[in-house]
Ligand binder design. Structure first.
Ligand code: CP
Ligand code: NVA
Length: 308
């Protein structure tokens, strides 16, 4: 049995296999073919933070695979009023076949997984958002952008940045990260990514100059300046992130034909301009839709590991 907590725990081959399964499932869905590969199974979804895409994609995906998903907000279950994580894990995993968790501390999901009898999927923690990167890379494959990939991440050193670093390190592509001073990535994650990159040949660089990062990039991406849980810092961050908006001028420094990705929700006029987002809306909303297909691929893959 395997959990899906960060991409660190997966090989390049496994990541590409999950994405391939997702692409096949997407093709079938578009042709009206539904394979009930998780018939009679249930996915418990614990949300300690808000979500549009993650909730809708996991719930819809589970239904389309012949299973059922339970939406459990921390306002509704005892976890939110003090029942220990380890007890919640033992109870839920004795009844459900898979668990997806969106929470704050990454250690919570690790503790849950260590007590769970069924696969646990990270639906976002303060440190990582790996399911988003499955959808992002699937999108790049669909657009033929996976070859000679040079990605630039411009913005906050957050869960999305960390996940891009892990993906680049595992798959061996180039990633330039530009964050404002004081908003750099976590140093432990950085060291882990650089160590993995030694084997894969990925070139991952860090700096404080967004224009330098974007120069010649084939894919440019960003994320909100104030993540969930950082609402109180929003005003300060808007000041500190001056010059970090990805707009048409910044994008013009990228390689010709470069694509823009955004995990959404997007804050227009902050990390991305309205015009740039709308110009790249076709790929960005395909990226959002791919959450459904990539996560179905992931759940089918995790289920196969259980059986094997
Ligand atoms: N990108 C993403 O995870 O979106 P939600 O917060 O809406 O789930
Ligand atoms: N960094 C953002 C991602 C949202 C999908 C957050 O954690 O709020």
């Amino acid at each position: 049995m395997r959990h899906f907590l960060t991409l660190r725990d997966f090989t390049k081959e496994e990541i590409l296999e999950i994405i391939d399964i997702g692409l096949e499932i997407k093709k079938n869905l578009k042709a009206g073919i539904y394979k009930e590969e998780l018939k009679n199974q249930t996915l418990a979804m614990i949300f300690e933070k808000s979500s549009t895409r993650t909730r809708v994609s996991f719930e819809t995906g589970m239904f389309q695979l012949g299973g059922h998903a339970l939406f459990l907000s921390n306002r509704d279950i005892h976890l939110g009023r003090g029942e220990p994580v380890k007890d919640t894990a033992r109870v839920i995993s004795s009844m459900c076949d898979m668990v997806m968790i969106r929470t704050f501390e990454h250690s919570m999901i690790e503790e849950f997984a260590s007590f769970s009898k069924v696969p646990v999927i990270n639906g976002l923690t303060d440190s990582f958002h790996p399911v988003q990167l499955l959808a992002d890379y699937m999108t790049l494959v669909e657009y033929g952008m996976q070859h000679n990939l040079v990605a630039a991440y411009v913005g906050d050193g957050n869960n999305m940045t960390h996940s891009w670093m892990m993906l680049a390190a595992k798959l061996g592509f180039d990633l330039r990260v530009a964050t404002p001073k004081g908003y750099e990535v976590d140093q432990d994650v950085l060291q882990t990514a650089l160590n993995i990159a030694k084997d894969s040949g990925a070139k991952i660089t860090f700096g404080n100059d967004p224009k330098e990062a974007v120069q010649g990039a084939t894919v440019v991406t960003t994320d909100t300046w104030a993540s969930m849980g950082q609402e109180d810092e929003k005003e300060q961050r808007i000041k500190d992130f001056k010059g970090y908006m990805v707009d048409e001028a910044m994008m013009s420094l990228a390689a010709s034909g470069a694509k823009f990705l955004h995990c959404l929700p997007a804050y227009r006029g902050q990390e991305v301009s309205e015009a740039l987002l709308e110009k790249h809306s076709e790929i960005v909303f395909n990226e959002a839709e791919n959450r459904l297909h990539a996560q179905k691929g992931l759940m089918v893959w995790l289920n196969k590991q259980k059986v094997n």
